[in-house]
Structures are given as C-alpha cells and as structure tokens.
Design a protein around this ligand. Structure first.
Ligand SMILES: [Zn+2]
Length: 291
C-alpha cells in the first residue's frame, strides 16, 4: 500500500469502524445523531438530494437530514414562490375564510380529522380547548369552533391564516405566527384536550423538544393527534430517493410507527396507537398519543 493510500484509508475508516462524511474541502464531518437512538453510530447515507444528505439510522429506521439549516433558510421554503407570496400578502387583509379555493372539500376533510380526534379524548370539562399546530388556512380551527371548542392555532405564514382571523376576529390573539417553541409560552400548561399536527412533525427542527412541549400543554386524558410520512410505506421502499416525501428543506425527520412511538414515550406520552392515514398522499401514518 502506498503511503498516501494508507493515510487516506485511516482518514475514512477510524478504529471504531464508523464511517465519517468528508466534505468537499476534505475536512472530516461527524454525521448528525439520530434523534431517536441519540447516536450517529448507525447513521448511513440514504440519499443526496438538492445539495443535502439524508441519513438513515440502521438501528431504528429514522430518515433525517444530516445538516439542519438556519431557520431563515428553512422558512423561505414555506412561503412559496415570490409572486404567489406577494399576491397573498396584498390580498390577505381583505379576504374572507370561506373564499378559499376548494372550501367545501377542505372543510369535509377537516371534519373527518377533527371528529376522529375528538372521539379519542377522554378528558372531561365544559369548554374544551383545541390547538392545531401548522393550521394553514384554519379549516380544522373552524371545524372545532363549530363543535363548540375554544381554538388556538400556530401558522408560520401569517398571510395564510389571515382570512380565518378576518372571519373569526375573536381568535386573533389565539393564532400565533411563530415556531411552536415560542408560541407555547403564550398558552397555559396542561390545559388542552386535543392538539393536532397534521403533516407537521416532519418539519420540526427539534422534534424531541417539541414533543415534550406538546406533552406539557395537554391535560391528563387529552390527546395529541398527528399524521406524518411513513418510511415503512410501500412507496418509500420502492422509490427510495425518488419518494415524494423527501424534501430536505422542509421534511427534516421521517418516521415509522415504531420509532415515532419510542420518541413519544420518551416525551412522556403513555399510550401511542398508529392508524391508517387520513389521506395516502406519498404514504402516511396517523398516530394518537395519550397523556
Ligand atoms: Zn435511530
């Protein structure tokens, strides 16, 4: 073996046998740890997409981005292209909630999700309290309001939720346009009967911390309901790097029922059940987490 070959080999395969990523400048970079197993020992490169590496943990199956970008870079991906975003900004102050495109269809979908969640709740109390994280245009909030609940929402893109607030001004102080970790400071702990995050937990940067935060907000007997892409779905297995749920600027952690259950238990949830998704899309699962 030539000297340089030997040097190169020891750089790439350390004594532990753990592989190390080498960046374009040749510096060694440690792979990010799996948030479920809390180690990078089992992390393998899964797919390189849009200048980002997705890793897969060989121990629990979590698929996750190797590098978490700064929030400013991540949130650019949410407001859509600049023309659409500008048009939305200009019209949002005047728009009413019911003017939304496919309003009836969206409300039907929201009713199905909300009524499923409502059935899972065993906590008592008169006026029930609901929060939707990533509430988008507010279809779930409007549905919960119709069912007599007090509603709270979190939506990073303010213009999206503005028409809902125009139509339901009583909730203007209960809809927050900030990250969950900041928004949670505005509400009372152990006060929510139901919290939903539909197609949202995959966007969380600190998914473990946010799950603990959500657990703290829920009442005993209350429920956290999620839908998220399922890495165990047939499309993920078949399409690998072409799987539609892989969007490295938006979907930072992709779970299956088992690894999500482990993480949720660590956050404090006592009983976790997985269900078939509300919609298949790119392959999803639903989970009900009880406090
Ligand atoms: Zn893992």
């Amino acid at each position: 073996m030539h000297g340089w070959e030997y040097w190169f080999k020891i750089q790439l395969v350390p004594a532990s046998g753990r592989q190390i990523t080498v960046n374009p400048r040749g510096c060694r970079m440690k792979r990010r740890a799996c948030v479920v197993c809390e180690t990078n020992e089992f992390a393998q490169q899964y797919c390189h997409l849009q200048d980002q590496d997705y890793l897969r943990c060989d121990s629990c199956g979590l698929i996750y981005v190797d590098r978490l970008l700064k929030p400013e870079e991540l949130y650019k991906a949410y407001s859509g292209n600049s023309f659409k975003s500008l048009r939305r900004k200009l019209t949002a102050p005047f728009r009413k909630f019911s003017w939304s495109k496919s309003f009836d269809k969206s409300m039907r979908r929201a009713r199905g999700i909300f009524e499923f969640g409502q059935k899972q709740v065993t906590a008592g109390g008169e006026k029930r309290r609901y929060m939707d994280i990533g509430c988008n245009k507010g279809f779930l909030l409007a549905t919960a309001h119709k069912h007599g609940w007090d509603v709270y929402g979190i939506e990073l893109v303010r213009e999206l939720i503005r028409p809902f607030i125009n139509s339901y001004p009583q909730y203007s102080k209960q809809v927050f346009s900030e990250r969950f970790e900041d928004a949670k400071e505005n509400v009372e702990k152990a006060s929510f009967d139901l919290i939903t995050a539909i197609d949202v937990v995959e966007h969380f940067e600190d998914v473990s911390g946010d799950l603990q935060g959500i657990y703290e907000l829920i009442k005993p007997g209350g429920v956290f309901l999620i839908q998220t892409p399922d890495t165990a779905c047939e499309r993920a297995e078949r399409e690998k790097c072409g799987w539609g749920a892989l969007k490295p600027l938006e979907h930072l952690h992709l779970f299956n029922c088992e690894n999500f259950t482990s993480l949720a238990k660590r956050a404090g949830f006592s009983k976790i059940e997985c269900f078939a998704p509300f919609e298949e899309a790119d392959g999803n699962f639903v989970a009900v987490l009880r406090k």
